[in-house]
Design a protein around this ligand. Structure first.
Ligand code: APR
Length: 307
């Protein structure tokens, strides 16, 4: 039987996720939104591309959570997107009410699902989803590190004059202004990028990566990024459905790993068919650890607002 992925939120991120899933023939998709007819219209439009794109999986749109029943994976993108001048944390109040409602419904109709949270502020919304769903932590994952690392790879590739896919980069920590791009752990031709670029240039790329989301908000003016975020969420779904144990950074619940407890935080992990397979603990330098701890304090502050 085909796997079933529900995407909640038929906005920019959700619809682009649905399009990527269906074009990869990964799973059947149920696209859910509260706006009447919107997900149905987007699903119909996507299905009408099937004869040209050659996919065989089905996408349906709905306003009824009953139709999301027995999903294997639920990607949650419902919420408000960041507007210019708004930080991810400004979104906190609006989106926590939305996520509480969405996760209550999802856990009722798909009690065995794996949740991939995309809505910002990401680490806090993932924590909220864990608490509301009552799911084990290994089935509630947050999408952030893959996106931040992909941005880092792109900016580094521009300076190095290589393809972005030739760089295996690593961005750790919270998905916000305190995220920790790790140049020592980011490799080009198997060697740290610090061996190829001067410190000043790396500092500038680190800053641009931390501001990666805000730079796009400023350009788009009425919304936030969606192409790279949807690629990142679908990569997590692919890792789960195809049981790939690749090491990728995701926001997961930490219970002592990296010296942190009761927090969702971006660290390298391996995903598998059941969700989280393993949290990979890398040896960090003193400076990297200090930066991670600073980032953890900032994430914990946002999470504490939920308690
Ligand atoms: N249930 C289902 N869908 C909802 C709900 C709800 N309770 N509340 C809002 N939505 C839907 C909206 O109707 C809209 O279609 O969520 C969708 C959000 O889409 P956009 O406004 O286009 O936002 P998008 O750019 O997709 O970003 C969504 O992802 O990357 C994050 O920061 C971003 O938190 C934001 C989220």
């Amino acid at each position: 039987m085909n796997k079933k992925i529900t995407v909640v939120g038929a906005g920019f991120v959700g619809t682009t996720c649905a399009k990527r899933i269906i074009e990869k023939n990964l799973a059947d998709v149920t696209l859910m939104d509260i706006v009447k007819d919107l997900p149905q219209g987007k699903a119909l439009d996507l299905m009408q591309s099937a004869a040209i794109e050659g996919f065989s999986k089905k996408i349906t749109g709905t306003n009824n959570y009953g139709d999301t029943r027995k999903s294997d994976i639920v990607i949650i993108t419902a919420g408000s997107a960041r507007k210019p001048g708004m930080s991810r944390d400004d979104l906190f109040k609006i989106n926590s009410a939305i996520i509480s409602e969405v996760v209550t419904q999802i856990s009722k109709f798909s009690p065995g699902a794996i949740i991939i949270m995309v809505t910002n502020p990401l680490d806090a919304m993932s924590y909220l989803a864990l608490k509301i769903s009552g799911f084990p932590p290994g089935r509630v994952l947050g999408m952030a590190g893959i996106l931040d690392s992909a941005r880092y790879s792109y900016f580094l590739s521009e300076k190095l004059g290589c393809a972005p896919s030739e760089i295996q980069s690593m961005v750790l920590g919270g998905h916000g202004d305190t995220m920790v791009p790790a140049p020592r752990l980011s490799k080009f031709m198997g060697k740290p990028v610090t061996e190829f670029l001067p410190a000043g240039e790396i500092d500038e790329i680190n800053r641009r990566t931390r501001d990666g989301g805000a730079e796009i908000v400023k350009l788009l003016k009425t919304g936030s990024a969606y192409y790279a975020p949807s690629s990142s969420a679908v990569k997590m779904a692919e890792n789960i459905i195809n049981d790939i144990h690749e090491t990728i950074p995701c926001s997961v619940y930490l219970n002592g790993e990296y010296g942190l407890r009761d927090i969702y935080f971006g660290v390298p992990v391996k995903l598998c068919a059941g969700g989280l397979k393993e949290i990979v603990e890398i040896e960090l330098t003193g400076e990297e650890r200090d930066n991670l701890e600073k980032s953890a304090r900032s994430v914990a502050e946002t999470i504490n607002k939920l308690k």
